[in-house]
Design a protein around this ligand. Structure first.
Ligand code: ZN
Length: 492
């Protein structure tokens, strides 16, 4: 398998597409507006110690001064755990005004409060978190198989021994470590050590306050997390981003340097490799299949449902064969869309009914095979008698629709609004209610043009009857700026 990464940058937005053998498999998008200070490491300078609050203000060179509490001071914590008994030490024992302090932002600035800081640092790679000041080895609670937990921990111990890093600090295996091998962990240990060495060097050389380390931007993170063995080339259409990649690979991943290339084609990068089309399609509810059938993908808060339809596909003379072919094509497309859209959690797929046991078996194995190519872990335990397949896929970050979309202001996420006819009846009921509050009242009804047209046409008898029963008079006024569900009734 050969992989290509496309890196497309605009000021404020970075997009990366992963191609496998020329086909778009993954889309990643990051906006700089969504990146905060959390995780950044600073060389800070204590500007004020607040003994009453057991805290201190620390200048980190950001707009607002950061804040550190004694409970987030590594020095205070190790003193506490060191002698076993609770010492009532004051923050002034550890910090004084003007002191330089290495800190990491644990919470972003909020309102007029500055960032919350900690002097217990952590650096992460894809599978590991490195805790320089600690000595413990831990593992994510979300990896639950006992055998896998034991395997990973012993793999990590072996990797640490082989890299000569036994005493280097604490490590935590992240959820993404599930299934990873010795070589991967060793490579990540080397990366983390180089990173840590650089942070320390910068902290010695720079004057406080200043930023020493920021979590990697998207393009660097993806290059770091891809297996160097399968990544064939990285095409970049933005010279400053290419330079960042060159600097980054030069320092941490030298084997990738020669695979970084500037893209100089005439057509935009994402267009010429089909990635632009893939992004567009991955936001659609309906996905066409080559055979003429289609999928309808609906995302709700708790799950995703995918409905398979034959559409215009009539195939050959054999209807059983037609259905099987559509279902098989759908199985491949479902796996592809899950990855492209980064859909996680429970996914329910409603295939077209097939009575044949042999065909059902064929479909199950086609779906299983397509899901196996997904690097994000999935589970599929077979189809139900009703032809439903339930797949679960590990959640990693936001899905594409959440990244690029926002709730529809018209329907507020319902996916439908009341029809014009429904609004006509709502109006008739409301006219009836208001008209009964007086005698021979005159009302002005303002509503969307489509609603007024119905009230003057097909639904006129309904309104006329209400008016006759209540002796009210109604004037209708179309309001082009009203949404369909919006109407007002005023007494004149
Ligand atoms: Zn809507």
């Amino acid at each position: 398998m050969s992989e290509t990464l496309l890196v497309n940058a605009l000021p404020g937005e970075m997009r990366v597409a992963l191609l496998e053998n020329g086909e778009v498999r993954e889309i990643h998008i990051e906006r700089s507006a969504g990146r905060g200070l959390v995780g950044n490491i600073y060389s800070g300078k204590v500007v004020r110690v607040l003994p009453g609050m057991q805290a201190a203000f620390v200048d980190i060179g950001a707009e607002r001064t950061g804040f550190i509490h004694q409970s987030d001071l590594a020095e205070a914590m190790s003193a506490k755990s060191g002698n076993g008994t609770e010492r009532h030490s004051a923050i002034g024992d550890y910090l004084r005004q003007g002191q330089k302090l290495l800190v990491q932002a644990t919470r972003g600035p909020l309102g007029d409060k500055g960032a919350r800081l900690s002097s217990s640092l952590s650096l992460s790679s894809r599978c590991l978190v490195f805790l320089p000041g600690s000595a413990r080895l831990g593992i994510s609670q979300r990896i639950d198989a006992a055998a896998e937990r034991a395997r990973l921990l012993s793999c990590l111990r072996e990797a640490l021994a082989l890299e000569g890093l036994g005493e280097s600090g604490g490590y935590i295996l992240r959820t993404a470590a599930e299934g990873s091998d010795l070589a991967t962990l060793r490579a990540e240990l080397r990366y983390l050590q180089r990173l840590w060495a650089r942070v320390r060097r910068c902290s010695q050389e720079s004057t406080a306050p200043g930023l020493l380390y920021a979590d990697l931007p998207l393009h660097l993170r993806i290059v770091r997390d891809r297996a160097a063995s399968t990544l064939e080339r990285v095409l970049v259409d933005h010279p400053p981003s290419l330079q960042e990649l060159r600097d980054f690979c030069g320092e941490y991943l030298p084997e990738l340097c020669e695979r970084l290339q500037a893209y100089r084609g005439e057509r935009p990068l994402f267009e010429s490799f089909g990635a632009e089309v893939a992004v567009r399609e991955a936001l659609e509810r309906r996905v066409e299949l080559d055979c003429g059938g289609f999928l309808v993908i609906d995302q709700t808060e708790s799950m995703t449902t995918i409905d398979v339809n034959t559409g215009s596909f009539v195939g050959g003379a054999d209807p059983v064969e037609t259905v099987l072919q559509t279902n098989l094509e759908a199985a491949t497309m479902v796996a592809r869309q899950l990855r492209l859209r980064n859909l996680g959690g429970i996914i329910v797929i409603d295939f077209i009914d097939m009575s044949g046991r042999e065909q059902r078996r064929q479909l199950e194995s086609a779906l299983r095979e397509s899901l196996q190519r997904d690097p994000s872990p999935t589970t599929f335990s077979g189809m139900s008698d009703l032809g439903l397949a339930i797949v679960s896929r590990k959640l990693t970050g936001k899905n594409l629709l959440q990244t690029l979309g926002e709730e529809c202001p018209r329907c507020l996420g319902r996916g439908a609004i009341k029809s014009a006819r429904t609004i006509c009846y709502d109006i008739a009921r409301e006219v009836n209610r208001v008209a009964r509050t007086g005698e021979k009242v005159e009302l002005l009804v303002q509503a969307a043009p489509a609603v007024v047209a119905l009230l003057r046409g097909e639904e006129a008898p309904c309104l006329a009857q209400v008016c006759a029963a209540t002796a009210a008079r109604v004037r209708l006024q179309p309001e082009p700026l009203y949404g369909q569900e919006h109407f007002d009734i005023a007494m004149l």
